[in-house]
Design a protein around this ligand. Structure first.
Ligand code: ZN
Length: 498
């Protein structure tokens, strides 16, 4: 009897091991190396000066609703026109809703679906205090271009148009039409810029084969367990939901309190919300670790290849890391709480606000249902705050020609980093093009290092001169590749691919 049990256990062990190995082999893969593409010649100093001139146009919204400053935009459009004469001669430019720009570089094959490269022209405000060089003077010092917008995202405005100017000088003409979409109010939601542009494209019956907008960069140390740099391509965006919770109760004097006050009832509800977050979806991280391939250590590959066995361990490991946690679940953040005015008076009302960021797959209705279930208290009323909610965006495929060629171009230009899809935690103008495009990717072509990473919207925002030049090469290569009928980055240049 014992013998049989031992044999059974042994057989099970062997079976499990084989399964683990097979699943891991199927999961992991090697990129091989692609041949580096030198790309178009770029005059580093000149492109730095162009970005600096762009920074000097203070396209900061005049108020919270994003009212544009007409003079700043006039100056910026003028600067682009005089700096890039060929682009403005050969590429059709439309001004949408007064300030946004839509360029149409007509391809020789109008039967092909166009592609679009995006950036936004507006920047957030920058009070000059604390800056090493004033935020709107566009100084070039110590190998950096300094100022508001150099990372978010005037670098991309210049990167795209500079690349087009160089390609036009070389006589390049795409087969596939290439659009440049440059909104003017992304930082305040894009409702007057890209939303209008998206509608216009839809009215015109345009379907886009691919979009690249701002997003992840080439970053080290973001993914748990992976040490080297990884090129992060946003394939989706989390949704947004702000909910207000209200409790009303009998007001009175604090000397004779009821068993529970509005504050007590609300506090219990908030604690329950925080301690019962929406469930983790480890599977959502699988494409990311799969995308990294062999750049992830073996034990992580084994674990992600075999979630059925290692899921609970992975969950325990990743949940405490805020960025990983946010990548695999809808997060709950309690952000505002209000109630009571006098130390000796029981208030009639207590209010709180929570902000949820929705993982693609979870809907606003799911979150509201979850909150109701978790709080389980009829005295707590809640509703979404008007204008402060939107569903998560659909996940763009990683099997499309648009994604595959983007991945290859990133590897050609930036020396073979692993490339992986991820869910953007913040929003971009891309949301306004979901009705006209299934292949929307968010990638900012900069190798972010600790000297300047995370300075978007902050003090001393700056970009290395050489990184700016590299961005131009990236966009030129993208236009060459996406501008072709097959959108292929010449598979012949792939050597040693496994
Ligand atoms: Zn931005």
């Amino acid at each position: 009897m014992i013998d049989i049990l031992i044999e059974l256990a042994l057989a099970f062990l062997i079976f499990t091991t084989i399964l683990l190995v097979v699943r891991t082999i199927v999961f992991q893969w090697s990129y091989g190396t692609v041949e580096r593409v030198e790309g178009v010649p770029v005059d580093e100093q000149q492109v730095a000066e162009h970005l600096a001139a762009c920074v000097r146009c203070q396209t900061v919204p005049l108020d919270e609703s994003g009212t544009p400053d007409p003079e700043a935009f006039r100056q910026l459009h003028q600067m682009l026109e005089t700096t890039y004469p060929l682009v403005h001669q050969k590429i059709k430019r439309e001004v949408i809703n007064g300030y946004s720009l839509l360029y149409t570089w007509q391809g020789s094959r109008p039967d092909l679906e166009p592609v679009m490269l995006m950036a936004h022209q507006d920047v957030v405000s920058a009070p000059p205090e604390g800056w090493t060089h004033p935020p709107f003077e566009g100084r070039i010092v110590d190998g950096f271009i300094w100022g508001r917008g150099t990372l978010d995202i005037k670098n991309q405005v210049i990167g795209i148009i500079e690349a087009a100017e160089i390609l036009l000088q070389q006589g390049f003409r795409p087969e596939r039409t290439i659009l440049f979409g440059m909104g003017h109010d992304e930082e305040t939601g894009g409702v007057n810029g890209c939303k209008v542009m998206g509608k216009l494209l839809k009215e015109r019956g345009v379907r886009l084969a691919g979009i690249v907008d701002e997003g992840g960069g080439i970053i080290a140390g973001l993914a748990a367990g992976v040490h080297g740099p990884v090129a992060l391509i946003g394939a989706s965006e989390k949704g947004y939901l702000t909910v207000e919770f209200t409790v009303n109760s009998q007001p009175g004097h604090s000397s004779t309190p009821p068993p529970q006050t509005a504050i007590g009832i609300l506090a219990r509800a908030l604690t329950r919300l925080e301690t019962h977050p929406m469930p983790v979806h480890l599977r959502r991280l699988r494409p990311f670790y799969h995308g990294i391939g062999k750049a992830a250590p073996l034990h992580i590959q084994v674990a992600f290849a075999n979630l059925w066995l290692f899921g609970p361990f992975l969950k325990r490991w990743l949940e405490p890391l805020p960025e990983m946690n946010a990548s695999m679940r809808t997060t709950t953040a309690l952000t505002i709480v209000n109630g009571g005015l006098e130390d000796n008076t029981i208030p009639p009302e207590a209010k709180a606000t929570a902000n949820f960021r929705l993982l693609p797959g979870d809907t606003i209705a799911d979150v509201l249902w979850h909150a109701k279930k978790v709080i389980r208290d009829e005295r707590v009323h809640f509703k979404p705050v008007e204008g402060k909610f939107n569903e998560a965006l659909p996940v763009s495929p990683v099997s499309s020609p648009a994604y595959k060629s983007l991945r290859l171009v990133v590897r050609q230009v930036f020396d073979n980093p692993p490339v992986a899809p991820f869910v953007m935690l913040g929003g971009t103008d891309c949301q306004h093009f979901v009705p006209v495009c299934d292949n929307i990717y968010r990638f900012t072509s900069v190798v972010m290092d600790e000297r300047f990473r995370g300075l978007e919207h902050g003090i001393d925002e700056r970009i290395p001169v050489e990184a700016m030049a590299k961005m131009v090469k990236f966009y030129a290569r993208m236009m060459q590749v996406w501008g072709q009928r097959e959108m292929s980055a010449s598979p012949l240049s792939v050597i040693n691919s496994a």
